[in-house]
Structure formats: C-alpha cells, structure tokens
Design a protein. Sequence first.
Length: 142
Amino acid sequence: MEAPVAEQRPVEIEQLGRTRTDEYSWLRDDNWQEVMRDPSVLRQDIRDHLDAENDYFNAVMEPTEALQERLYQEMRGRIREDDSSVPDADGDYEYFTRYREGGQYPVYARRPIDPETREPLGEEEIVLDGDALAEGIEYLDF
C-alpha cells in the first residue's frame, strides 16, 4: 500500500510584510471551529485525504497490534488506577481529583472542611465525573 500524498495547491499568503507560499492550506477548513463541534461538516476533499491517511496508518500499524496491546497493558500495570491528588483547601472546602480503578477520566470532587484546622467535616461531593461524562462517546476532552 502506498502512502497517500497530499495534493499541492499553492496559495500566496501575505503576512508581516512578507509573501510565502502554502501548498497545503487547502487542508485547513475555513470553518474549523464548526468542524471541531461537528466533524460531519468537514469539507469532503479534506475528509477524503484524512480517510486515506488513516487507512494507510492502520494498514502499516496492523502487524504491530499485538505489541501495541502488550505495551499498553504493561503501562497500565505500572499505573496506580485509584490515584488521587493532594487536596487543595479553598474557604470551607478542599478540592481534589481522583481516578477510579478501571476508569479513564478524572473525578473532580470537594469535601467540606474546617477552615481553621483543615479537618474534613463531611463526605466528598462529586463536582464533575469524567467517566460519567464520557459514557457512550468515543473520546472526551474537557
């Protein structure tokens, strides 16, 4: 399988008093912010090229899938899955993040404290649950 080669479509760009040529500016969609919200609006010529690159990547990497999985499992085995941050006191609460065993995203939480002694006064309250937000979607970025 041959690697896809992006077509060169030269465009002259004037910036800071200089002119330069960008052969690949066509790969940047003018409505990139909308594309970030809804990838289905990406221009078809850009999508076709990216799909070809992804197909090539998958074909080239396919023989290494077992190695990738082994390395992934080795790295996961070295991570403490139920890790948490040091609490940061702010007023009547301390804030911290933690991870659940088997989870992929952080849980942001707070707990009431005595502002003078910083002793916990109650149970943790989840402010934002990354794993719950990611349910049913392929990737979460927040």
